[in-house]
Design a binder for this molecule. Structure first.
Ligand code: 4NP
Length: 152
């Protein structure tokens, strides 16, 4: 069993979308019981909330249901629980590294940025920004799935 945690700022736009996409890909590949997927935010402003309606909508258009997800803040236990913690942007990564350093828990190499570039925060954007985010996450999950298949 491998476990992956996607992390963004609010856990309502980018990381739940990444969670939904990867889970969908795993089901398609028949690997859903081999990889645990979750998401969290570095902030707690949206804790308990469903994903942003714009993320729910773009996921639904691609056959992915995010409506059951609820936001939560990343916690110290996540550093022990997840094999891979993937930050959406450099700010998220820096925050995670601070959390982890404080908790004494960061295992180097396990906490990294998901993509080589930042997945831009779409919260104050429109449909185009959400489309860009979706496309980046979709491609990234494709690559991640290939890597996971080699490792599981
Ligand atoms: P996310 O987007 O980090 O992709 O979930 C955001 C959601 C909410 C806020 C910022 C980014 N906010 O400032 O409330």
């Amino acid at each position: 069993m491998t476990s992956v945690l996607f992390v963004c700022l609010g856990n309502i736009c980018r990381s739940p979308l990444a969670e939904g996409i990867l889970r969908h890909r795993l089901v398609e590949a028949g690997l859903e019981r081999r990889v645990l997927v979750d998401s969290a935010g570095t902030g707690n402003w949206h804790a308990g909330k469903a994903p942003d309606p714009r993320s729910i909508e773009i996921a639904a258009r691609n056959g992915i249901d995010l409506s059951g997800l609820r936001a939560r803040q990343v916690g110290a236990a996540d550093f022990e629980r997840f094999d891979l913690i993937l930050a959406m942007d450099r700010d998220n990564l820096e925050t995670l590294e601070r959390f982890g350093a404080r908790a004494g828990l960061v295992r180097r190499g396990d906490v990294r940025r998901f993509l080589q570039t930042n997945v831009p925060d779409p919260y104050y954007g429109g449909p185009e920004e959400f489309q860009t985010v979706f496309d980046m996450l979709d491609e990234g999950c494709d690559r991640l799935l290939r890597d996971l298949v080699q490792g599981v």
